[in-house]
Write a protein that binds this ligand. Structure first.
Ligand SMILES: *Cc1c(COP(=O)(O)O)cnc(C)c1O
Length: 393
């Protein structure tokens, strides 16, 4: 494993000259290469026409699929471009046929949009939501999951890394249980792909949803869905159009055989190219090296925060990643965030609207969130912690 050249990474990230960005979990700073690739395609569209630009950029656009497949250990035919992680997840989830009494097993730290979808489908179909409790580490209790999974279970669906903290769920252990029970496994990997090594074969998930702008450092308005061909080929997408299917007879259509049946025809082509380039960069740097650096930075940040009185670290789990959360005694987190923003320091606040069961259960109204990426430095962490300390008094 090669160490990352941080000075070079920063020089190739235009945002580093402007902000101290600790909001990768919201939207990370893209590299110059990703920015150029995206802008070049937008310019080409303006100069020669959108369809003509797509034809000219054919190889780049097609290159998106093998690049993403390589990153997560999939086949190119198992990847669909989708405009964000929520829609990618929706395309998998809403394509399943739930019946009364079918069970959806999920976790305490589940993402709000996903849970809202469970509630909607439960209301419409009579399916039931079952929340598997946490273990002593605050991660999904794998033993409880094993006891709870049964014939009624139609889907196991969890977020790999929640939006509101450093927790990394034991996704592989969950996969072993779901696979052994023959139950479909949907993994929201919105914060994990690009942050840590993710291998869909090892995890055993059938679907995986992902966004472009977070740990992959791609453009906004991009994402993808992975659909395992061996287990999901028979699942017809909830939406079809003339890209996902062909109108092959007056009264018939024929579906695409690969995961692109989940795509729609019109999309953000410049974004596809931008996300391809961002994915190439993650592949080139190597996910092991990226993950090592992110753990080093986040542990360093937790250690610095722990030296301040009145700051409580709130990350759960045995393995903690790049999202650092904490609460500040007697401070208004939102006001603190605004004060820091005025100094070009970007952090955010995760509220119960992101993950109600988790934060409410821990008695937390909200938490401050500082999420690092590979372009951050130890000197920036020092500066952030000093600025935070000054801003709260
Ligand atoms: C951000 C996030 C999402 C939503 O991703 P979008 O690209 O905004 O749709 C889903 N799940 C988790 C865990 C997230 O952090």
């Amino acid at each position: 494993m090669t160490a990352l050249d941080i000075a070079r990474l920063r020089a190739e990230t235009p945002g580093c000259a402007h902000v101290l960005h600790l909001n990768a979990a919201g939207s990370a700073l893209p590299s110059q290469r990703t920015l150029d690739a995206t802008l070049d395609h937008l310019k080409l569209e303006a100069e020669i026409g959108g369809y003509e630009a797509a034809a000219k950029a054919h190889d780049q656009l097609e290159g998106f699929y093998p690049a993403v497949a390589k990153l997560i250990g999939a086949e190119a035919s198992e990847i669909a471009f989708v405009e964000n992680a929520t829609r990618a997840w929706d395309l998998a989830f809403y394509s399943l046929d739930f019946k009364p009494g079918d069970r959806i097993l999920t976790c305490m730290s589940e993402y709000s949009s996903n849970y809202i979808s469970y509630l909607q489908v439960a209301k419409k179909t009579g399916a039931e939501i079952v929340v598997v409790p946490d273990d002593n580490h605050g991660q999904i209790d794998v033993g409880a999951l094993e006891r709870m999974i049964d014939k009624r279970t139609k889907l196991v669906s969890i977020s790999h890394v929640p939006t509101q903290g450093g927790l990394v769920q034991p996704a592989e252990a969950v996969g072993r249980i779901a696979n052994a029970a023959g139950v479909l496994y949907l993994l929201d990997a919105c914060q994990s792909v690009g942050q840590l090594p993710v291998d869909v074969a090892k995890i055993g998930c059938d679907f995986l949803s992902m966004t472009g702008r977070k740990y992959l450092r791609g453009p906004r308005g991009t994402g993808f869905l992975y659909a395992r061909s061996a287990t999901t080929a028979g699942i017809e997408p909830i939406f079809l159009d003339n890209h996902a299917a062909k109108w092959t007879g007056d009264n018939e259509y024929t579906l695409r055989g690969d995961a692109r049946r989940f795509e729609n025809w019109e999309r953000y082509f410049a974004g596809v190219i931008g996300l391809k380039v961002a994915t190439d960069q993650a592949n080139e740097l190597g996910m092991e090296a990226i993950w090592a650096r992110l753990r080093e930075l986040s542990e360093g940040l937790r250690a610095r925060l722990a030296t301040l009185k009145g700051i409580t670290l709130t990350d759960l789990g045995q393995v903690k990643g790049a999202i650092v959360t904490f609460s500040v005694t007697a401070a208004d987190h939102l006001a603190l965030k605004d004060k820091l923003r005025q100094q070009a320091i970007n952090v955010t606040v995760s509220t119960q609207f992101s993950s109600r069961l988790d934060l409410k259960n821990r008695g937390l109204v909200n938490v401050m969130r500082a999420s690092v990426h590979i372009y951050n430095t130890e000197a920036e962490l020092d500066r952030f912690v000093a600025a935070l300390d000054a801003a709260r008094s």
